[in-house]
Design a protein around this ligand. Structure first.
Ligand SMILES: [Zn+2]
Length: 151
């Protein structure tokens, strides 16, 4: 199944009203994006209870992160990318399709930080899963080992 990009009317209007700010500085967003984030790319009053909208944005940001790293939009996200370009053609994020060396370094830092967090959790808890909880991402982890591990 290939993913799609859809926002509700409210979020669509918010994302359409965003304007590109060339002076905007990025920050590292480890969870949920594991990527760089510019303030002008997301509405300040995004309604985090809109889980489907949030997922759509996370997919879009993820597709762009892949583009930065590998120079292409991943196969599974092409429809997300083209649908987003149609829905919010003026999204400031579409003007940042390449990273300079320093930004690339920051992106690696971001991945490193997430790996550190996840590495620790996975080590401690073999059955870990990430759950999208609206505004935050929660871990679900349990120490019980899978039955196949038993001899
Ligand atoms: Zn929405």
């Amino acid at each position: 199944m290939s993913a799609s990009f859809a926002l509700c009317r409210e979020c669509l209007a918010q994302y359409k009203s965003l304007t590109y700010d060339a002076t905007c500085k990025y920050t590292l967003n480890v969870i949920p994006f594991c990527s760089l984030q510019w303030k002008d790319e997301h509405p300040e009053k995004f309604n985090h209870e809109h889980r489907e909208c949030r997922r759509a944005i996370i997919r879009l940001v993820g597709a762009r992160t892949h583009l930065w790293r590998h120079g292409v939009i991943p196969e599974g996200a092409r429809s997300v990318w083209t649908e987003a370009q149609l829905a919010i053609p003026d999204w400031p994020g579409f003007r940042r399709l390449e990273l300079n060396a320093k930004e690339m370094e920051s992106l690696d830092d971001c991945a490193g930080e997430l790996r550190d967090v996840m590495g620790f959790v996975v080590q401690e808890f073999p059955n870990v899963s990430l759950r999208d909880e609206g505004g935050t991402t929660s871990f679900s982890a349990c120490r019980e080992e899978k039955s196949t591990h038993k001899t």
